[in-house]
Design a protein around this ligand. Structure first.
Ligand code: NDP
Length: 330
């Protein structure tokens, strides 16, 4: 098996050399174990937190040990009664080509008419995050005006489409021109944050939705949050999903200077971790899965080829080089 390890905990943007590709011979299967040839790997922004060497809501990666992450693969050998060769499974032993795990930690892929890798993106953890943040944290209602940052990413691209289906004005903040175009094609007002401070971004939000927002789905933080706080309707709900603009930052967060708007607008801001809501995953699949299968929901993917590219794919998340879910195909 070939796998990536982390040589050290970085400060700032992780350098590429921090990731080391290693190889080891896997032992014969023990009773209850399964060997899987991974076909798709996921890289996600939260992995940066696991590289910080401190425990947050999840333990840090162990140095010089195989890294982890969501993956999909095919069973090649099994000594577990529930699995046989050829079965497709999802598990957390990513960042490697071949995984050997206890069968109990494997999930069979649901039987829906979607490509396997959808279970790492729109119908996997990121999709579940969009659905949870909107419905269970921000209490999305018919006609709500919704603002989403990192709006063309894995989480954001589903969030804008679920919000749009509720009939209100939806505005998405994103970087590159092709992302803005993707949003506009879906009748979502697209606002670029590039080269703008909070005040300039705020002026664009004002143009896009003069009424203000009932819901803000936050993926970025910094100037996006500051600008959003100036455009809340009374009773607005803010779901703090992620703050990616600061994951590689060495300086302490400045924080928004206009928190008083929460008070003035009687707004609520709440963070959440999708893992706490995982018992709802079947409901999410039931609701969103058929819409994806029917082609009503468009999920973009950015695919890197080959295990060697896994760290590059991960680092690209912080450059905004992905539209939709960032994946590695093996
Ligand atoms: P994305 O697919 O959205 O990829 C990250 C995107 O973030 C980039 O494409 C880029 O888009 C944007 N970005 C990166 N750096 C910056 C920056 N400095 N300023 C502004 N935008 C930036 O990733 P995910 O959909 O997987 O994750 C989105 C957010 O959701 C992250 O913050 C993540 O941590 C969070 N998350 C939280 C979960 C939870 O349980 N709370 C679970 C899953 C994800 P652009 O070109 O538009 O800049």
């Amino acid at each position: 098996s070939r796998f990536f390890t982390l040589r050290d905990y970085p400060t700032g943007t992780p350098p590429r050399e921090l990731f080391e590709l290693r190889q080891h011979e896997l032992p014969a299967l023990d009773e209850g174990e399964v060997r899987i040839r991974n076909t798709w790997l996921s890289v996600d922004p939260y992995m940066r937190g696991r590289m910080s060497g401190v425990r947050t809501y999840v333990a840090p990666f162990e140095l010089n040990a195989p890294m982890e992450g969501a993956a999909i693969g095919e069973v090649v050998e099994s000594r577990h009664t529930r699995f046989k060769a050829g079965d497709k499974v999802r598990h957390m032993a990513g960042w490697r080509d071949v995984a050997q795990l206890k069968g109990d930690v494997l999930e069979s892929l649901p039987d829906m008419d979607v490509p396997d890798q959808a279970y790492l993106g729109v119908l996997g953890m990121p999709g579940m995050t969009a659905w949870t943040g909107l419905n269970r944290i921000a209490n999305l209602r018919e006609g709500d005006n919704v603002l989403v940052s990192a709006a063309s990413g894995a989480v954001g691209s589903l969030a804008v489409q679920l919000a749009k289906a509720k009939g209100g004005t939806v505005v998405g903040i994103a970087g590159a021109a092709d992302k803005l175009e993707w949003l506009e094609q879906r009748d979502i007002h697209a606002v670029s944050y590039k080269g703008k401070d909070a005040r300039q971004l705020g002026a664009d939000l004002e143009d896009a939705c003069p009424e203000g927002f009932d819901v803000y789905f936050e993926n970025v933080g910094g100037d996006c949050l500051e600008a959003a706080l100036d455009h809340l309707k009374v009773g607005a709900r803010i779901a703090i999903c992620g703050l990616i603009s600061r994951y590689n930052s060495e300086a302490p967060d400045r924080g928004p200077s206009n928190l008083a708007n929460l008070l003035v607008q009687r707004a609520r801001m709440q963070g959440f971790i999708v893992a706490d809501h995982w018992t709802e995953y079947p409901h999410f699949l039931e609701e969103v899965g058929p819409r994806v299968a029917r082609g009503e929901i468009d999920y973009a993917e950015t695919v890197e080829e080959g295990l060697e590219r896994t760290p590059d794919a991960f680092l690209k998340l912080f450059e905004g080089a992905n539209r939709g879910k960032m994946l590695i195909r093996l």
